[in-house]
Design a protein. Structure first.
Lengths: 306, 299
């Protein structure tokens, strides 16, 4: 197990390094990083030269990269061009809102999708199964920004049950979380079903049934454990989707998380903040997938030893 | 995100009456999806012929009219008008074009590049394979929507840039698929036999490995198309995708959302319905294609 953990950890660190390098390279996509930073501002040539020297962009490229790396390992991803505060600090102040949103959304998604998937798999081919799977197909096909706007139209404008946006107590969190939950909900429900159907076709389930076990015990105790493996993976991956989906959800509902902050930073052309947001979000996602890998290795011993 | 794995073929299905009934209702869904998609493709091909008004024609006196079946509705504007008095029905029809153009261009680029890279990596293995697969892992570890908006923020929003960003997102799936197939096929006896006969690597890859891959690629591509169109409309919604005056469904939603709080639900409902209908039809057809072409492919 320790060898497995060490290998996964090394992989996670390497991935994070590669991601940071890619984000660093973004600034050079158009050739001149200073032009990207100053685009849309009435900066004269002296301003450009001054900023170039101040930020070290006048040095050779390898030196610039080393400067970036040494800054990054000390948690310095540059300063906001607007407020001058460290970009990483600004972004990490907002991350709590996004985590809160994503956790509630994932809880909602799992609370609905797992029972739905189990029922569908147990009664596969029935009218219930077909209806549930059609519904989940529809849920999977609705773009998240449209879901959000419909939620506002119905629950905020018409019924006035929830506020249309902003931050405050749990009642501000509910609509954004439900919006963000819909896609993972549909996706996980379909996966639970197909994965459980696969397992239920296996010989050891036949053996359990032949021993006369009740169906609830066959599914609940013998089948679910093995069907859980792909589900664990997809839950990890869906958090990555949520970090992206949060950008749109937070924009619609004015929820002050990292997504809304990033979009605002883009419109204000505050590029260091955008970079810090992508690095931080990717870091969280990589850490989460590392945990999923560990969980996976624990659930399925075959993986540790391969 | 997509994970590919081949599973054991399941037990042979018995043909019962209930199962037949299920097939029939499933097929009906496929037929409907096909018709809806055909309609959307027609809109994309000849929008000017189908739409009653030019999509950008403004009539300030006619702003925010509700759909024609409602009390204040106008029979000239079937789905009502937006905040500038533009005919929503005409705009929804015109919006089909850019979604499909962007979707298919990005799909083609990422498919061709991804399959080519995957085939080379799987066939030659070695350092190329190592690097390609590491790169794929790294890309899957980034929440792509965030990276996409960061890239667009640097290179600027335009139709071509959106296609590029979407294509960069897509190649990984094809590369992994093609690599896996190439890896297993290159050891098979019929490939070994061709090699013994003196066939060149090019010939083996293009004429004997690639054809074996096609049905799986088509299935994956059809599933990917839905994701690409969603991402395009998301970028347009954030103002980082297709720019006006080109009509796009995502931008229409972003444009109209301020008026939602005033009760103008139609401005956001119909473009969203169009996106959902498109994606749902593609998803249904993709599922069906998978069942027909490659039921072992689990996605």
């Amino acid at each position: 197990m320790w060898r497995y953990i060490r290998r996964r950890l090394l992989l996670a660190v390497l991935t994070f390094w590669a991601v940071s390098t890619i984000v660093w390279g973004l600034l050079y996509l158009t050739g001149d990083p200073v032009a990207v930073l100053l685009a849309g501002t009435p900066a004269g040539q002296t301003d450009v030269d001054q900023l170039r020297r101040a930020l070290g962009f006048d040095q050779p490229l390898p030196i610039q990269y080393l400067n970036f790396l040494s800054g990054a390992v000390q948690g310095d991803l540059g300063n906001s061009l607007r407020s001058g505060e460290p970009a990483l600090l600004l972004v990490s102040r907002r991350i709590g809102f996004t985590v809160e949103l994503a956790l509630l959304a994932m809880t909602l998604a799992l609370a609905v999708s797992i029972p739905v998937g189990i029922v569908s798999a147990m009664f596969r081919g029935s009218l219930t199964d077909r209806t549930l799977m059609l519904l989940s197909m529809v849920g999977q096909s609705m773009p998240i920004f449209w879901v959000g706007l419909l939620m506002i139209a119905v629950f905020a404008v018409e019924l006035r049950w929830f506020p249309a946006g902003g931050a405050g107590g749990i009642k501000y969190l509910f609509l954004p979380a439900a919006t963000l939950a819909l896609y993972p909900m549909a996706r996980i429900a379909r996966l639970v079903r197909s994965s459980l159907v696969d397992v239920l076709n296996q010989d050891y389930i036949l053996a359990a049934r032949a021993r006369g076990l009740r169906e609830a015990l066959v599914v609940g105790k013998h089948a679910l454990k093995n069907a859980a493996l792909p589900v664990v993976t997809i839950v990890g991956l869906q958090f990555g989707y949520m970090l992206g989906g949060a950008v749109i959800t937070e924009t619609i509902f004015g929820w002050p998380g990292i997504g809304l902050f990033t979009v605002t930073a883009i419109h204000e052309r505050d590029f260091p903040v955008v970079q810090a947001a992508v690095v931080l979000a990717s870091g969280m996602f990589i850490a989460l997938n590392f945990l999923v890998d560990l969980l996976y290795g624990w659930l399925d011993p075959r993986i540790r030893f391969s | 995100m997509t994970a590919l794995e081949a599973t054991q073929p399941g037990p042979v299905r018995e043909l019962t009456g209930r199962r037949l009934a299920r097939f029939r209702s499933g097929d009906l869904l496929v037929v409907i999806a096909f018709l809806v998609l055909a309609l959307i493709v027609t809109c994309a091909l000849i929008p000017a012929t189908l739409a009653p008004h030019p999509p950008n024609q403004q009539e300030i006196t006619q702003r925010l009219l509700p759909p024609s079946w409602m009390a204040r509705g106008d029979s000239k504007h079937l789905l009502g008008t937006d905040q500038l008095g533009r005919d929503l029905f005409s705009r929804v029809i015109h919006g089909a074009r850019i979604s499909l153009i962007v979707g298919f261009s990005a799909l083609l680029i990422s498919g061709i590049v991804g399959v080519a890279i995957g085939l080379l990596a799987g066939y030659y293995r070695g350092w190329l394979d190592d690097w390609v697969m590491r790169l794929a892992d790294v890309q899957l570890a980034i929440p792509y929507v965030l990276l996409a908006i960061a890239i667009i923020a640097v290179i600027g929003p335009s139709t071509v840039n959106v296609v590029l960003v979407l294509a960069v997102n897509g190649w990984v799936v094809y590369a992994r698929l093609a690599r896996g197939q190439a890896l297993s096929l290159r050891e098979r006896e019929f490939i070994q036999a061709y090699r013994a006969l003196g066939a060149s690597d090019w010939r083996i890859v293009l004429q004997h490995i690639l054809p074996n891959l096609l049905s799986a690629v088509i299935v994956v591509a059809s599933l990917e198309l839905a994701g690409i169109i969603t991402l395009e409309s998301s970028l347009s919604f954030l103002g980082l995708g297709i720019q006006p005056p080109t009509v796009s469904w995502g931008y229409m939603l972003a444009d109209g959302r301020t008026y939602l709080l005033g009760g103008a639900w139609w401005v956001v409902t119909f473009p969203g319905l169009a996106i959902t209908a498109t994606i749902l039809s593609i998803n249904v057809l993709a599922d069906w294609l998978r069942d027909v072409l490659d039921p072992r492919l689990k996605i």
